[in-house]
Write a protein that binds this ligand. Structure first.
Ligand code: DX5
Ligand code: ZN
Length: 228
């Protein structure tokens, strides 16, 4: 199981210290939410912040692009040190091209799906991706309540992976804490983004351990092996 604190919930005045805090806390990945003020009604940070952090932490950089025009951002983020770039299925016709462009940059590729979008939209892309991100809030802001209606999508993604012997990870993002994380794990999620729940805790190490124990206890055994 992968635990990925979201830097969006950190103190924006000290990104490097906050990224190191996640690393020291025993997190597996660092989740980096990139918002353009167009695809979502908020703006976060760009490749220069990622580059500045790259030299300071070894964590796997999980970059989540909530951007209408990711084409122009792929190369800058890979050069800045992204290990994986996730784009949104809501970009429609552009999706397959973007997936192949990310692969051509020798970067892992994720595909995200928002709560209102039906899960069948991502089905054609599953053989080509390393990770499917099932959004459990409408993207744009941290600290929102978990949307329980996303749970059947996780189960469907897990069943497709099993049936087709594919290797993508199943990630959840939005309102994830020990309780909601465990519900997602029971449906088949294996990768857990958590922002405010982890960063609000004085003892993040304990918070990571609590979340990890909780999701591990609900792990859905799978014959498919995620690629990382
Ligand atoms: C939402 C972002 C999330 C966000 C999650 O648009 O994609 O990664 O940081 O934050 P929490 O865990 O606070 O819901
Ligand atoms: Zn995110």
């Amino acid at each position: 199981m992968i635990i990925a604190p979201s830097l969006l919930a950190s103190d924006f005045g000290k990104f490097a210290a906050e990224a190191k805090r996640a690393e020291r806390a025993g997190a597996d990945w660092l989740h980096l939410d990139v918002m353009d003020g167009h695809f979502v009604p908020n703006i976060s940070f760009g490749p220069d912040v990622v580059r500045a952090l790259r030299s300071q932490v070894k964590l796997f950089f999980d970059v989540h692009l909530m951007c209408s025009n990711p084409d122009i951002l792929l190369e800058p983020f890979v050069k800045a040190g992204a290990d994986q770039i996730t784009i949104h299925a809501e970009l429609g016709d552009k999706t397959l091209d973007l997936i192949w462009r990310i692969k051509a940059l020798r970067c892992k590729v994720g595909l995200a799906i928002n709560p209102p979008t039906v899960i069948t939209e991502v089905e054609p892309f599953l053989p080509h991706i390393d990770l499917l991100l099932v959004m459990t809030v409408n993207p744009g802001f941290g600290g929102q309540p978990f949307i329980r209606e996303a749970l059947p999508k996780i189960a469907q993604a897990w069943e497709w992976r099993q049936r087709r012997a594919l290797g993508y990870r199943i990630e959840v993002d939005g309102g994830i804490n020990s309780t909601t994380g465990a519900e997602c794990a029971a449906m088949g999620a294996d990768t857990f983004v958590s922002g405010s729940n982890l960063y609000s805790k004085r003892n993040m190490k304990q918070a990571v351990r609590t979340l990890r124990d909780s999701v591990e206890s609900q792990r859905r055994p799978s014959k498919a092996t995620p690629t990382r």
